[in-house]
Ligand binder design. Sequence first.
Ligand code: AGP
Length: 611
Amino acid sequence: MCGIIGYTGHREALPILLGGLSALEYRGYDSAGVALVGDGICTVKRKGRISALREALATVELPTACCGIGHTRWATHGAPSDGNAHPHGTARLALVHNGIIENDGEIEAFLRQRGCDFVSETDTERAALLIDRFYGESGGDPVAAIFSAVAMLRGAYAFGVVFADFPERIYAIRQDNPLIVATTAQGSLIASDIPALLAYTKEYYRPDDGVLAELTPRGVRFLDAAGNTVTPRSERVDFDVTAAQKGGFPHFMLKEIYEEPVALCRTVRHYLGADGLPRFEENGLDASFFSRFARVHIVACGTAMHAGLIGRYVLEKLAHLPAFVEIASEFYCREPLLHSDDLVILLSQSGETADTLAALRYAKKKGVSTLAIVNVVGSSVAREADAVLYTPAGPEIAVASTKAYSVQCALLHLLAVRFALCRGQLTKEEARRICDTLVEQMPQRVEQVLARAKQIERCAGMLQSAEHLFYIGRGVDFSLCTEGSLKLKEISYIHSEAYAAGELKHGTISLIEQGTPVVAVVTADHLAEKMLSAIREVRARGARVLLIVTEEIAARLALPCDDMIRLPAADVLCAPFTAATVLQLLAYHVAAGKGLDVDKPRNLAKSVTVE
Ligand code: AGP
């Protein structure tokens, strides 16, 4: 949801800014811009991708500058246009912003009363002009100007600001939005996320909300609002620049799907003790934690919420622990009743999703225990929750989440086993057998699915020209369908709906007509006969059925279909993982076959940092 980058140092800034913007383009891609500081500030910005900005830059005479800021935008206030693109500012300063200023109307009125006029529709321009106003009033003090301005702002933001009077400095401050700062021998940088820094360093600082970073080529100092110097803890990533590159794959999404077997194995191994059972003591979760709760609420958005549906299934099945799944934005708006023996689990790949963060804060306000399951180390959700478990999936760049979903499901299985042991629902032997399957067999079976990619690509042809289609399943298969359907919608722009197979006949079956594709997922053996009825019902009305089914069920029961993808024979525990990978590949090949920009679907952004 917008990417910001800034560099001040001994090298030419522009190539570093453009490289950083390319690494951050997954965060938003409807316009991009840079401001270079030398003899004054030179700003160039364009509607469209970074390639459009590069073309624009080639047509203007640019100063050689060693300091600058850049931005890639996901529009909130005002349509994607050259005028609304960032940076915004005046002759004295330029500002890039990620987030939303909620009281921009008030700020605009304040500034209009003082004679200001605006050239864009953005909240960012209002913030830039506010800083400029205080800069003038303070006699040219950037620190005083920024602190005075942010004291008037409500909302979420990460800012990078440069001043013409201080051509070597960048100022950066954040509130509820990601921002990291790094210093290297070549200079100092700010960025919205780690991939933009990986070419220069693996170490960085994540300043707290309201802490101002002042960067120079020689280093950085951090100041709180009272003017005291503070020192944020330095953090380090354990992956390198190749992890954030395509590595020969045509798209990040495909690469990330192919990384699933390794990511799954790494995740399960990471949380298994020497006795082959899940261990969370190092994360502060001991036996007393797992025996404390009567209910679990899994709260998340989009794909992470769909992983929560799989988590609900295993928590109830293995641990007999009542579990509820809720869309984060509804959770805090609905204000559910929470009890002291409830646990709220926040699931998030990025750990920066504003809705998930708001839900976390709601739960904390209600005094219930919170546990974050997050992929990005040190992210806001991870830092604010009472406890955190990281999913070691590695960086996920494609907007459509794939491997992060799969490892979230794996970690939720391990949590369910741990709860089950504490609640006396599994013996150690039973638990060990489940964990063995998860660490040995399950990643191998996902690998086998990948080996069948050609067949999945062929089946994708059946969906490519559809305008509408359905995914149907029962029980855990319905949960899988919700994610399969979302994946298809977000990258192929084909309207699809996931339906509980039993519910279709209560109304929606009226939408089935000659040729409507229906993807039927059948991995739950005890529900296979009921799925047979649902498949017959839709076929009788002209649907073309693509069946995703386990080898075992296919061998036992002749399910009618127009095409079929068999999931490799395996322990029943593996089926949600193999089916998920099939559904991801199916969506990928439909979108790629249509020639769409799979990694950067229209209107979306990877990390949704606005409510
Ligand atoms: C995934 O394909 C989606 N782009 C989206 O639904 C995403 O899962 C959701 O925004 C939550 O993100 P998070 O996991 O980073 O919190």
